[in-house]
Design a protein around this ligand. Structure first.
Ligand code: PLP
Length: 399
């Protein structure tokens, strides 16, 4: 360590961490280093969709660890092939590029959109459209794709080629097909940006414009995917067919893996040497992905979540009735936002005092992300605590 600096941690301070040192997780619960137990409704930021350390994924990882950890993508990897087959069987996409995180999956999507436009001779199509309040990652291009000024601050000049439009705004749809657009990238439910859900009409019109002009419709399913919003992917109930989707977070149940899925004629734009990743889809990560998907796709799994999801939403609506601080309840499945008039942090801190962990989505939205495996009893613990917090905070907008 340099002799001039004194720091409290050798880890760079890129996160405002909660005052909890996490040491163990199982199911919906997280334990700290003093043995305190918390109901974890952050799910590792929408990642541990099967709860912490799910048995079947643990077994799959352990078994794979016996045989082969890593060999690079210079070889065929059976578990990677199998995972790609599952992802394409249960989506409208045909081929998969594997990587290790959400930002990398979006980087791959951005690159394939550029390459596809070049391959098709669309030389003027140099822009990708994204939407206000979006979040697509922290790397150079995905940060530029993220249409939030606070994310850009201090990092100019940004990567060029992104144009931002208002979300859910029908008037601005006419600006999409302007001869310069190669692709549109969006979240069907904006997660970090405040749990904003795309309206069906708007998204269908957007999809039709893209299809008509051969503009790629790319859906970022990194937070919404793998069952989080009630279907395997959030685009599916909209009756649209994206050209590209990106997945990460929930795919490995907490084991790092990301993926970019594309339709065949677009996937063809990536040939050997155009893109790659040393670790992407490595045997252990792919084994975690297969075990996760098998569980989520198993008979009745997503159907069985619906009752709890409706119960949570309805109970939150009734808490809204008793709290003048709650402005709106929104979201879908187990991706739920409570918009408040005071600071979301006031709610989050009070819930933490009651051993319940939830997250913000911006300053004014409390984000609740239970694992899909949570029980009715656990949901009641969270609902009861939220009621108490609503009463404790009363109508105090400063709190
Ligand atoms: N896209 C969306 C919608 C996200 O929510 C996130 C992370 O929160 C990302 C991309 C970036 O994913 P990662 O942190 O794995 O790079």
């Amino acid at each position: 360590m340099s002799s001039t600096t004194k720091v409290s941690s050798a880890v760079m301070q890129t996160y405002n961490r909660f005052p909890i040192t996490a040491t163990k997780g199982k199911g919906s619960f997280l334990w700290d280093d003093s043995g305190e137990k918390y109901l974890d409704y952050t799910s590792g930021i929408a990642t541990c969709n099967l709860g912490h350390v799910p048995d079947n994924v643990q077994h799959a990882i352990s078994n794979q660890l016996e045989d082969l950890w890593h060999c690079s993508n210079l070889y065929h990897i059976p578990s990677q092939e199998k995972l790609a087959e599952l992802l394409t069987e249960y989506s409208c996409l045909d081929q998969v590029f594997f990587c290790n995180s959400g930002a990398e999956a979006n980087e791959a999507a951005i690159k394939i959109a550029k390459k596809y436009a070049k391959d098709k001779g669309y030389d003027d199509r140099t822009e990708i459209i994204t939407f206000e309040q979006s979040f697509h990652g922290r790397t150079g291009s995905t940060m530029a794709a993220t249409a939030q000024e606070k994310i850009h601050q201090g990092f100019t000049p940004l990567t060029e080629g992104f144009r931002y439009l208002p979300f859910n705004n029908k008037e601005s749809l006419s600006e999409i097909d302007n001869g310069k657009t190669s692709a549109v990238l969006l979240e069907v439910i904006q997660g970090e940006g405040g749990i904003n859900t795309a309206e069906k009409d708007w998204l269908k019109q957007l999809a039709a414009i893209c299809k008509q002009a051969d503009i790629l419709l790319m859906i970022d399913e990194i937070q919404t995917g793998i069952g989080r919003t009630g279907s395997l992917f959030a685009y599916q109930p909209y009756g649209i067919e994206p050209d590209v989707i990106t997945v990460a977070k929930g795919l490995g149940s907490g084991f790092p893996i990301g993926a970019m899925l594309a339709k065949q004629h677009i996937a063809a734009s990536f040939s050997p040497g155009t893109h790659g990743s040393t670790f992407g889809g490595n045997p252990v990560a792919a084994a975690a992905g297969i075990a996760t998907l098998k569980e989520i796709l198993s008979d009745g799994f997503l159907e069985n979540c619906k009752e709890g999801q409706e119960e949570l939403f309805n109970q939150l609506k009734s808490i809204k009735e008793i709290s003048p601080l709650i402005k709106d309840i929104r979201g879908k499945g187990y991706l739920i936002g409570i918009e408040v008039l005071n600071q979301a942090s006031a709610w989050i801190e009070k819930l933490r005092e009651k051993q319940i962990l939830v997250l913000p989505a911006g300053e004014k939205v409390v984000r609740i992300l239970p694992p899909l495996t949570t029980t009715k009893e656990e949901l009641q613990i969270c609902i009861q605590a939220l009621k108490e917090v609503a009463l404790e905070l009363g109508g105090n907008t400063n709190g």
